[in-house]
Ligand binder design. Structure first.
Ligand code: DCP
Length: 133
């Protein structure tokens, strides 16, 4: 049996001058108000890199360069797998086109933010990135 292919959700650790961009979700109700690494689902036939660049264009209105993956994947409900990648701005200034707010956070601020559960896996690695960038 071939089974159902795993759908991947890609998310960006978008950094700039020692800060990380967090985006505040508007939906679904159980995630609304929580902060996430911006991203979304990879569409059929799309590479993960181009999916993430597309999501950042749609959600933030910016062009980004996608880098290395962070360590570890997160299993989400509904057979989705969440994977995060480093990203840097190529052009534009992020705007909350699909979120209720955006915030650039430094290493001191990051642990105080109310993150979606799935993204907490990367907290140590994100802090390391911020403290060494
Ligand atoms: N998700 C997460 N952490 C992130 C990004 C996403 O836990 N940093 C989760 C939330 C959702 C799932 O991944 O359960 C899909 O995310 P989105 O709803 O943001 O993705 P899309 O907008 O692509 O999906 P759709 O258009 O189908 O709603």
């Amino acid at each position: 049996m071939s089974g159902t292919p795993t759908a991947v959700v890609v998310a960006a650790a978008l950094t700039h001058e020692g800060t990380l961009l967090l985006a505040q979700r508007t939906r679904p109700p159980e995630l609304a108000g929580l902060w996430e690494l911006p991203g979304g689902k990879v569409e059929p036939g799309e590479s993960e890199d181009s999916a993430l660049a597309r999501e950042l264009r749609e959600e933030l209105g910016v062009e980004c360069s996608i880098g290395a993956a962070l360590s570890g994947d997160v299993d989400l409900a509904g057979g989705l797998v969440l994977r995060a990648y480093r990203a840097t701005l190529v052009s534009g200034t992020p705007a909350a086109l699909e979120h209720s707010a955006l915030r650039w956070v430094d290493a001191a601020m990051l642990p105080t933010m109310d993150l979606v559960d799935a993204d907490r896996l990367w907290l140590p690695e994100l802090l390391d990135i911020l403290l060494t960038s």
